[in-house]
Design a protein around this ligand. Structure first.
Ligand code: MN3
Length: 203
């Protein structure tokens, strides 16, 4: 199998009280595992796509054979979105960013609080399942949201950070209160990794 489930980089209870242990088990061990298995199953039909990174495959989603394109879009998206998601969170994290990413956010959104408000608003308004993102659009920072597991990579955008607003990400603890989850999530944002992705986006 070309792609494997990346291990969670911290303990399942490490993001408590903001994200509960049971949610982390289900989210990583069941949901992310299923995206991984379904991606591998789809790619097995066209092994010439196996040796590319999933990011590369998504960037050229229009060239993926039609009989597996929807499966790759959904499960390849789910694979890379969650791979990023675990890494951009950490215990004893949160707070405000520093350095180049902080300056870029300030320049694009006025200040950090305004950026957070735009991000939370876009996440709350995403109807049904999806993601809210900070992306680089050829160097310009923008807040967007996508449906389902669609990755910004498919639109030529670079996902610097994103929050999962599928109900599976928050329902056990927050039930229907998605805005409360979005607000609490900032306490686990790993700015070191987000900064690294920001630097990567500008290369
Ligand atoms: Mn998810």
């Amino acid at each position: 199998m070309p792609h494997s489930l990346p291990p969670l980089p911290y303990a399942y209870n490490a993001l408590e009280p903001y994200i509960d242990e049971t949610t982390m088990h289900l989210h990583h061990d069941k949901h992310h595992q299923a995206y991984t298995d379904n991606l591998n199953a789809a790619l097995a039909k066209h092994p010439e796509w196996d040796n590319k990174s999933v990011e590369e495959v998504l960037r050229s989603i229009g060239k993926v054979p039609e009989d597996i394109r929807t499966a790759v879009r959904n499960n390849g998206g789910g694979y890379v979105n969650h791979d990023m998601f675990w890494k951009i969170m950490a215990p004893q994290a949160g707070g405000a960013p520093t350095g180049k990413i902080a300056a870029a956010i300030q320049s694009a959104f006025g200040d950090f609080a305004n950026f957070q408000a735009q991000f939370n608003d876009a996440g709350a308004k995403r109807f049904g399942s999806g993601w809210v993102w900070l992306v680089s659009n050829k160097g310009k920072l923008e807040v967007i949201s996508t449906a389902n597991q669609d990755s910004p990579l498919m639109d030529g955008l670079y996902p610097i950070m994103g929050n999962d607003v599928w109900e599976h990400a928050y329902y056990l603890k927050y039930q229907n209160r998605r805005p409360e989850y979005l607000k609490a999530w900032w306490n686990v944002v790993n700015w070191a990794e987000v900064s690294r992705r920001f630097e990567e986006s500008s290369r």
